[in-house]
Design a protein around this ligand. Structure first.
Ligand code: PLZ
Length: 439
């Protein structure tokens, strides 16, 4: 491993060197960009981020579920280095290279569905979602797009419209693209009314308010990420797929956050045997390099005229080399199984915490994607003050944890899947202390 797998706190966080650079950051970088951890990173690997002051911080975010295979995974590094030395760019639409084709072959083989599939590659999750919608509209010759409360799909104009939460993603950035319709999400912890009827309610609303025959796509995250790791109850996703199939609607699973072993399966939709028409991927696909994909039924993917999709950098040879390295790492190191092991360590410790601390209202997630939702003790009122205090406490102790949730009250745990047990357990002990002091 390129960095020692040990937590070490040698200065306050941020330390003096980080503080100096962060001062330059505020002079040079637009104030519009957030910063969860005020520590300037110089190295990272396994489950550790090393900052410029020499602190070794346990990484419970994996760059938002990106470095599932770890930072600087050897097989990613090697393939990227070889690719950069060979050539950096041709533009796939100008002159092809094998890496792009190989990544598509892998995506077609790994994603659920026993039918002929094809893929196209892009640069970011938002771009994948944009293209999935373009493809679905072109194929169906319909316009409406159905999305869900608490959903997140990106920050471009179309994907802002698809994203549920106003602050910070949408405030002041309108007008948004039309023909995007938001449906109630089956959110077990907060569902108003009978959750058994959540599916019927959605179907009824689509039929009455949009007309099923006008819907091009239903787009949903199988487990919502930014929305707070909302896991819909069994039956909800299969029910939506059935409705989509019956009505000629393209069902799109947004697996940008859940994909690539994160939830203890290659893709989260496999859990209930859900077979989407299209799947969007990004983040975990390429070990940190910018890459995204749309994969799905060949007849849908091929329905767009030649030249209808593309982009200068989409599926860059370097990002494709990284993806092949990341996919090989997931296979060779059995990271799908590892996600389940990490998940059960996290789950048992979070369940214990819930028994002790009344500000934990809910524990949920799947595989190495686990969360706690914080409430005012004895109610289900969101508690974002406790979240701020917990995140800060963890930071000072050298543990990076990320927040999420429509109400800013969810702590989400997304460790790299190569994190050793001892680091994960140490991070959970510190999280326990952090929750205790936030009571
Ligand atoms: N779909 C399900 O989780 C990205 C957003 C970080 P991009 N989530 C992290 C931030 O605050 O900008 C995401 C996602 C799902 C789409 C996206 C968008 O992916 O690569 O950030 O464009």
């Amino acid at each position: 491993m390129n960095v020692p797998q040990q937590r070490k706190v040698v200065t306050e966080i941020p330390g003096p060197k980080s503080q100096e650079i962060i001062k330059r950051r505020s002079e040079a970088v637009s104030a519009s960009l957030g910063m969860a951890l005020p520590a300037v990173i110089t190295n990272a690997g396994g489950g550790i981020l090393v900052d410029i002051d020499g602190n070794q911080i346990i990484d419970m975010g994996a760059g938002i579920a990106v470095v599932n295979v770890g930072n600087s995974a050897p097989s990613v590094v090697k393939r990227v280095q070889d690719q950069v030395a060979a050539f950096t760019h041709t533009c796939f639409m100008i002159a092809p290279y094998e890496g792009y084709i190989e990544v598509c072959e892998k995506l077609n083989a790994l994603t659920p569905g026993n039918f002929k599939k094809k893929s196209a590659l892009f640069n970011s999750g938002a771009e994948a979602l944009e293209n999935a919608v373009k493809i679905a509209r072109h194929y169906t010759k319909r316009q409406a797009v159905v999305v869900f409360e608490h959903g997140y799909h990106g920050r471009t104009n179309l994907t802002m419209a698809m994203t549920a939460k106003n602050m910070p993603y949408k405030e002041g950035f309108g007008p948004f693209t039309p023909e995007v319709y938001r449906m109630p999400m089956a959110y077990p912890f907060r569902h108003e009314g009978n959750i058994e009827h959540a599916l019927e309610e959605v179907i009824h609303k689509i039929e009455k308010e949009i007309g099923a025959e006008n819907v091009a796509a239903i787009v949903i995250e199988p487990i919502q990420g930014e929305g707070g790791f909302v896991v819909p109850p069994k039956g909800f996703l299969p029910g939506l797929v059935e409705f989509a199939n019956k009505n000629g609607i393209v069902f799109v699973a947004d697996e940008v956050q859940t994909g690539f072993a994160r939830t203890g399966q290659w893709f989260a939709c496999e859990d209930e045997g859900v077979v989407p028409d299209l799947i969007t991927t990004a983040k975990g696909i390429a070990g940190g390099l910018p890459l995204a994909g749309v994969t799905g039924r060949a007849e849908i993917m091929d329905s767009v005229h030649a030249g209808g999709l593309g982009g200068t950098y989409g599926g860059s040879p370097i990002a494709c080399a990284a993806a092949l390295g990341a996919i090989a790492t997931i296979e060779e190191e059995k990271l799908v199984d590892r996600a389940n092991q990490l998940g059960s360590i996290m789950r048992s410790s979070l369940d214990e915490m819930k028994k002790k601390y009344p500000i934990i209202g809910d524990v949920r997630g799947r595989g190495a994607m686990q969360a706690i939702e914080l409430v005012q003790a004895g109610s289900d009122e969101p508690n974002s003050t406790a979240l701020t205090s917990i995140v800060k406490y963890c930071q000072q102790k050298g543990v990076l944890i990320l927040s999420a949730g429509t109400y800013g009250n969810v702590i989400r745990l997304l460790p790299p899947l190569v994190m050793p047990d001892h680091l994960l357990k140490e991070a959970l002990v510190i999280l326990d202390e952090a929750v205790a002091q936030a009571q």
